[in-house]
Design a protein around this ligand. Structure first.
Ligand SMILES: Nc1ncnc2c1ncn2[C@@H]1O[C@H](COP(=O)(O)OP(=O)(O)OP(=O)(O)O)[C@@H](O)[C@H]1O
Length: 268
C-alpha cells in the first residue's frame, strides 16, 4: 500500500513554544531483517495524554518501547533515528537505562504485580534506589496509592499480598509502583484490555487526573477510550505513522483516508 509521507509532527506542533518532553525523529526499528518501524517522527507535550492506535501488528507497542529503551531487552533489534527526552538523546552510549526507566515508567497489558505485599510492590523502586527511611517509604506508598485512586480500598491491607487483589486493583497497584519513583512520563500498553468495564473506567478517570502532573502515552485498541481520554491521537499502519493530530480531529475530521477507514471500522 502506498503510504502518504507528510511529516505528521508538523500537524501536531500547534502554536505553543513549549518544547516537547519527548521528541522522536525518523525512528526505524528492525527485528532481525523485519522493519517494524519505518521512520517515525513525532513529539509529545507535557501534561497531555496521547493515544497510539492502529491495527494489530502496525508497530504501536514497538514504538512505545523505543521511548524507554525496553526494546534493548529483545535480541536482534536494531534501532536508528533520534529519541530525545527533555533534550537528551536516550540512545547515547552514556545513558543510564535504569534511571531512564524511572523517568519514563511503563505499565503493561497484563497486571504484573510482584509476589510481595502491596506495600513492598509500591516501594520496590525506592528500595532498590537505596531508600530505607520508613517514614519516607510510608509517605510514598500513601501518595502513590492515592494518585492511583486506590488508597481508600487498600489502606487497611497494605501488608497483604498484591497477588490476592482483583485484576483492576492489581493494575492500579502497578501504576502506583510506577508513580512512586516519580517519573516524568508514563507509558501504558493496553492497560485496560484485560479488565472489566468498571475497572477500565476507574483507570481512565485516574489517567485524566494524572495528566495534571505527568505526560501519558497510551497504546489502545479501544477507540472509545482514545476519544474519551486522550488529547492527541496517532494512527499507525504497517510501521508508518499515518496521522497525528488533536483527538477530535482524528475522530471527527481525519485528514487521511487510511485513518478514516480505520476509525470507521472499514479495516483492522
Ligand atoms: N519481540 C519481537 N520479535 C520479533 N518481532 C516482533 C517482536 N515484537 C513485535 N514484532 C513484530 O513487529 C511488528 C509490530 O508489532 P507490535 O507488537 O509493535 O505491533 P502492535 O501494533 O503493538 O500490535 P498489537 O496491537 O497486536 O499489540 C509485527 O510484525 C510483530 O510481529
Amino acid at each position: 500500500m502506498a503510504m502518504a509521507m507528510t511529516k505528521p509532527t508538523e500537524q501536531a506542533a500547534g502554536t505553543t513554544t513549549q518544547p516537547p518532553i519527548i521528541d522522536t525523529e525518523d525512528v526505524h526499528l528492525f527485528y532481525g531483517s523485519n522493519e517494524a518501524l519505518k521512520g517515525i517522527s513525532m513529539s509529545f507535550k507535557e501534561n497531555e495524554i496521547t493515544a497510539l492506535i492502529g491495527p494489530s501488528g502496525c508497530g504501536k507497542s514497538t514504538y512505545l518501547r523505543t521511548l524507554n529503551r525496553m526494546n534493548d531487552l529483545i535480541p536482534n533489534v536494531t534501532i536508528k533515528g533520534k529519541v530525545d527526552l527533555k533534550g537528551q538523546d536516550i540512545y547515547a552510549s552514556n545513558m543510564d537505562t535504569v534511571r531512564l526507566r524511572k523517568e519514563v515508567g511503563m505499565v503493561f497489558q497484563q497486571p504484573n504485580p510482584f509476589p510481595f505485599s502491596i506495600y513492598d510492590n509500591v516501594t520496590y523502586g525506592l528500595r532498590i534506589a537505596g531508600v530505607k527511611d520508613r517514614g519516607r517509604l510510608d509517605e510514598a506508598v500513601e501518595t502513590a496509592l492515592r494518585q492511583a485512586a486506590i488508597w481508600d480500598e487498600l489502606k487497611d491491607k497494605l501488608h497483604q499480598s498484591a497477588m490476592a487483589l482483583s485484576g483492576g486493583q492489581q493494575q492500579r497497584v502497578c501504576i502506583a509502583r510506577v508513580l512512586a519513583v516519580k517519573p516524568d512520563v508514563i507509558l501504558l500498553d493496553e492497560p485496560t484490555s484485560a479488565l472489566d468495564p468498571i475497572s477500565s473506567s476507574q483507570i481512565e478517570n485516574m489517567l485524566v487526573e494524572l495528566k495534571k502532573n505527568y505526560t501519558i502515552i497510551l497504546v489502545t485498541h479501544n477507540m472509545a477510550q482514545a476519544s474519551r481520554i486522550s488529547d492527541r491521537t496517532a494512527f499507525f499502519l504497517q510501521g508508518h505513522l499515518i496521522e497525528y493530530n488533536d483527538t477530535k480531529t482524528i475522530f471527527l475530521n481525519p485528514q487521511k483516508k487510511e485513518t478514516e477507514d480505520y476509525i470507521s471500522g472499514r479495516f483492522g
